[in-house]
Structures are given as C-alpha cells and as structure tokens.
Design a protein around this ligand. Structure first.
Ligand SMILES: [Ca+2]
Ligand SMILES: [Ca+2]
Ligand SMILES: [Ca+2]
Ligand SMILES: [Ca+2]
Length: 450
C-alpha cells in the first residue's frame, strides 16, 4: 500500500502508522482531525462542500495563486517536543512565542500554497499547527485556513547503520551530533528538520510522488565523494537529506506540481565536501525531474520510474541552501534551477529589509557578490558566511510571475519584531523571533484559471 490517507474520523490509524518507522512510506492527510469529536462528525458531512467554496473564492477573479516557502525553524531538540509545544498554545514561553510569530507571518503573507521547511515530522504536529495557531488570530492578523496538508517521513535522524562521518563509530543512539551524522540525513532523532505542505487548494493525494528512498548512486554522474564513502556505504546512501516530494495541487481545472525539498547545507563537512556535493545533486534532482530526456533514471518510493510529464505545470520551492554567488555551495548549484530553460527566474523576490540588514551587519556581507536585496537568510556575518539568497520559489516558464516578495521588513516597520536580529534570548529556537530564514512568496498567473 503506497500511501495511507489519514481521515479526521480515524485518528488511530495515524498513530499506528507513526509508530511503525520501519515502514518509511509517506503519509498523506487532509483536513485534520479537528477539535472535538462532535464537530468532527458534523464536519464530515459538510467538509467537501466547504472546501469547494474556499477554493472558488480564492481562485475566482484573478487567476493568481500565491506560492510560498518558509524555513520556519519549527524543529525541536527531541522527538515529541514540537507536538507538546503546539498542543499548549497559551503557555507563554520562547517556544510558543516563536510559533505564534511564525503563524503571524503566514497570516500576513497569506499564501495559497505553502512549504514549511524545518518542521519536525509528525502528522499530529501538522494538524495542531493549523488548529491552534494558523486558525487563531495572531496580533490582530486574520486567521488563515488550509484545508489540505501533506507530510511524509524525512531521512533526517533515520540511522543508516553505517559510519557515514568516518569517526570510527557507527552511532545508532539518537540524541547527539554523531548519531545525526551517521543518519541518512542530519537529525538528532527521526524526522527532525522535516517539512510540511499546506494548501488552500485540493492536494491530489493519490498522485503525490515522494523520493525519500532514492539512492544517490543511482543519479548518473553524481558527485559522491569516494573513497570518503566506502563501496558498501555508497550502496546505502540516499540522495535526499529530508525528502523530495512532487505534490500535485488541483487549481480549478489545472494541476500544478509543487516540487519541494530542503537540500543539505554545504557545510559541516571536511575537505571531501560531502555535504556540498550532496547539496549540488539534491538541487540537480529537480532540474533533471522537470527535463524530459534527463529524468529517466529517477524512481519514486513506489518504484515508478520517470520524471514530470512533459508540459506539466510546476512550482519548485524550498530552502536550497545555495546562494548563486556567495557562501559555500558548489559554484553553479543554484544555477541548475535558475538557468534552467524550463524555469521562470526572470523575477527574483526581494526585500528592503535584507538590504538594510546587510549594511548594518557588515562582515562577510561586505564581500558578497550577490545583490543583498535577494538575501533570504540572516546567517553569522563574522567570519561568515553572511546573509545569503537561500530560499526559492521557482515556477515553470509559462507561469507568469505577477508579484513577489521576501517577508523581511525594515527595522522601522513594526512588523520587523517578527523577523528580528540575532538575539541570544531566542537561542532555544535558534536565535531569532522566528528563524534565521525569511519567507519567500511568488504570485503566478495560472493559465485558464479565472
Ligand atoms: Ca560515525
Ligand atoms: Ca563543504
Ligand atoms: Ca547576518
Ligand atoms: Ca548576501
């Protein structure tokens, strides 16, 4: 059985699934199991009609659809903590304040289709974030409803059984960095730093494809560093550090494939540059996937071969951990997408806040070659890497971009309290009121959508 559809009236199945890590198959779910049982039962009857109305009202008139990506740093230090924090929204601590800030940005940005990176894998968490935060007004912002969500297991924190960091020990005990380094993707516990997709439009769950299990060695011309990895390790390496998902979104009569991932940072490695090389190939995956003639080697978690149907509409989104010109990724990594003839990269989202931050923070920013207005991440400036253009929303060429932006207000804007500057008071959640990343959004005109 390739996918498990979790329905709101059947919460037990989620837990059955969740406890079965060996399965490693994706899980899909929509609508969530909302609030009280009575409400759930009633909603079952009217849910479909209500969602149709939502879609109609959102899409009518303009044909514009807002796609967004947001590395929201909703990762926690131990399994179950995120669910705990999301379950008790009224507690006033740094964790809840951060989550409320994330929700407020989303409420103000108002995306129609949203990828959140760094969201610890748990279907319960994905639903609690909607119910307890997004659907509750934050600081007067209008609540936002996403009737559809998709989440799947992440390679982060799943032990590989190999000594992937070559420290002489195969670490299979969760909770520390050496365990994380020996996992299929860096994570202190299974699912840390995962991701989730929310949508106002129906997700075509039966047609979702995931590429969690795809082996790095099966990409022709891959950059796997040998002999850093022994032959038996090469045999087991997975390409995707979290997951690569093709999530088809039904927008009126059109289907737009939301292609999401979160390639590993190109740092935290050695001269072999294993993470830089993996980052490059993780980005390359989507470049090949969308290109007829280059995608034949790809297989999904159901064993189905091939890439995107030629001509199909898509939007690629995620924290690619690669600035086109600065930082530590392999030169040309981001360009695999930006310069792809099928990708619309004519308009690059930007913000005034990034320009201001670069000037105020100095350090490595002073030597950057990329224009600071395109920065989406506020990283350490001394010694570096400085602020980078890391997060992207890239539509297909024939999806015109009508507007775009990065949620990075200037300091004089009251909303800059949400993005902030590095402050040790926020260290339990990474040092910022939300995240070291900013949310990026793009409005596209979907042809034929009225
Ligand atoms: Ca090791
Ligand atoms: Ca590196
Ligand atoms: Ca910085
Ligand atoms: Ca920069």
């Amino acid at each position: 059985m390739p996918y498990v559809t979790v329905r709101k009236e059947n919460r037990a199945s989620t837990h059955t699934y969740y406890n079965d890590w060996s399965n490693e198959h994706p899980i899909v779910f929509s609508h969530g199991w909302r609030r009280k049982l009575m409400k759930r039962v009633l909603a079952t009857a009217v849910g479909v009609a209500a969602c149709a109305a939502t879609v109609m009202s959102t899409a009518s008139g303009s044909g514009q659809v807002r796609f967004a990506t947001f590395n929201a740093s909703l990762n926690r230090s131990a399994a179950g903590l995120l669910v705990d924090h999301l379950s008790n929204p009224d507690v006033d601590d740094v964790f809840r304040r951060q989550i409320r800030n994330v929700a407020e940005v989303i409420q103000r940005e108002r995306p129609d289709v949203l990828l959140i990176n760094e969201f610890d894998f748990d279907p319960v968490a994905a639903d609690l974030f909607r119910t307890n935060f997004l659907e509750v007004s934050q600081n007067g912002a209008e609540p936002i409803q996403f009737p559809y969500a998709f989440i799947a297991p992440s390679n982060t924190g799943i032990p590989s059984g190999k000594d992937l960091d070559n420290n002489g020990v195969v670490d299979t005990t969760p909770g520390d960095g050496t365990y994380a380094n020996d996992s299929f993707g860096f994570g202190l516990f299974p699912g840390q730093f995962g991701m989730v997709v929310y949508s106002k439009y129906p997700i075509m769950f039966d047609e979702v494809r995931t590429f969690q299990l795809f082996k790095w060695k099966d990409m022709p011309g891959n950059l796997i560093p040998t002999p850093f990895y022994s032959p038996d390790e090469v045999d087991s390496l997975r390409l995707s550090s979290k997951g690569h998902w093709d999530v088809p979104i039904q927008i009126d009569r059109k289907t737009v494939h939301f292609l999401v991932s979160h390639p590993t940072p190109p740092v935290f490695d050695g001269p072999e540059d294993r993470n830089g090389r993996r980052n490059f190939d993780e980005i390359r995956f989507w470049a090949d996937y969308i290109s007829p003639g280059q995608s034949g080697y790809i297989y999904d978690d159901n064993g189905v071969y091939g890439g995107l149907t030629p001509g199909a509409l898509f939007v690629i989104a995620g924290d690619e951990n690669s600035d086109p010109l600065d930082g530590d990724s392999i030169p040309g990594a981001a360009q695999q997408l930006l310069d792809n003839p099928l990708v619309n990269s004519r308009v690059w989202p930007q913000s005034a806040g990034a320009v201001e931050a670069s000037a105020l923070q100095g350090g490595a920013n002073l030597t950057h070659r990329s224009d600071p207005r395109f920065d989406t991440a506020d990283f350490a400036d001394v010694p570096g890497p400085g602020n980078l253009h890391a997060d992207y929303v890239l539509p297909r060429k024939n999806l015109p971009i009508v507007d775009s932006g990065v949620f990075w207000p200037v300091l004089a804007d009251p909303l800059s309290r949400l993005t902030g500057v590095f402050d040790p008071a926020w260290l339990p959640v990474g040092g910022f009121p939300i995240s070291d990343h900013r949310s990026v959004w793009v409005d596209v005109n979907v042809p034929g959508v009225q």
